[in-house]
Design a protein around this ligand. Structure first.
Ligand SMILES: [Zn+2]
Length: 160
């Protein structure tokens, strides 16, 4: 492998790793501080979470576009079959990541729809308030921490 190709490859790797890390969470927001006596999921709070979700979605969409671009450029680089083979497995991994991101975008869209219908922020299991802190850490959460823990416990039982 020529030095140039090696460099190109490294750049591609670093690039794809950077976007993968960025995709899993979104932290570019100021934590919401409710006013004294402010109602849970007030219009302002719903707006806050909508902005987080839309920002996150925007970042994910950019990642997908960027990766497709990088892969199209990369596709013409390797003449050596060995290079091509490992390039193919890189791409397969990338595509799986992209697939995960697309699913996440779908989930974000569903979550934004819940904000629109005012269902957002309440546990689907027991109906309690999920809470601002938990939602900021996991904006697509649909269960309170108790129901989530119970859910994971059941999942482990089934897996056994
Ligand atoms: Zn619950």
């Amino acid at each position: 492998m020529g030095l140039f190709l090696l460099l190109k490859r490294l750049v591609f790797f670093q690039y794809s790793e950077a976007v993968t890390i960025m995709a899993t969470e979104f932290t570019k927001f100021t934590p919401y501080v409710p006013k004294k006596g402010e109602q849970y999921m007030s219009a302002k709070q719903r707006g806050h979470f909508r902005k987080i979700l839309e920002g996150w979605k925007g970042e994910l969409s950019q990642d997908i576009d960027g990766t497709i671009h990088a892969m199209q450029e990369d596709a013409t680089l390797f003449a050596d079959p060995n290079d091509r083979a490992s390039q193919e497995s890189d791409m397969a991994l990338e595509l799986r990541n992209r697939d995960r991101e697309r699913k996440l975008i779908k989930k974000i869209d569903e979550t934004i729809a819940k904000i629109d219908s005012s269902d957002y922020g309440y546990c689907e299991g027991c109906g309690v308030e999920i809470g601002l802190k938990r939602l900021e850490a996991r904006p697509t959460a649909t269960l309170c921490i108790d129901c989530k823990t119970l859910d994971e416990f059941h999942e482990r039982q089934v897996a056994r």
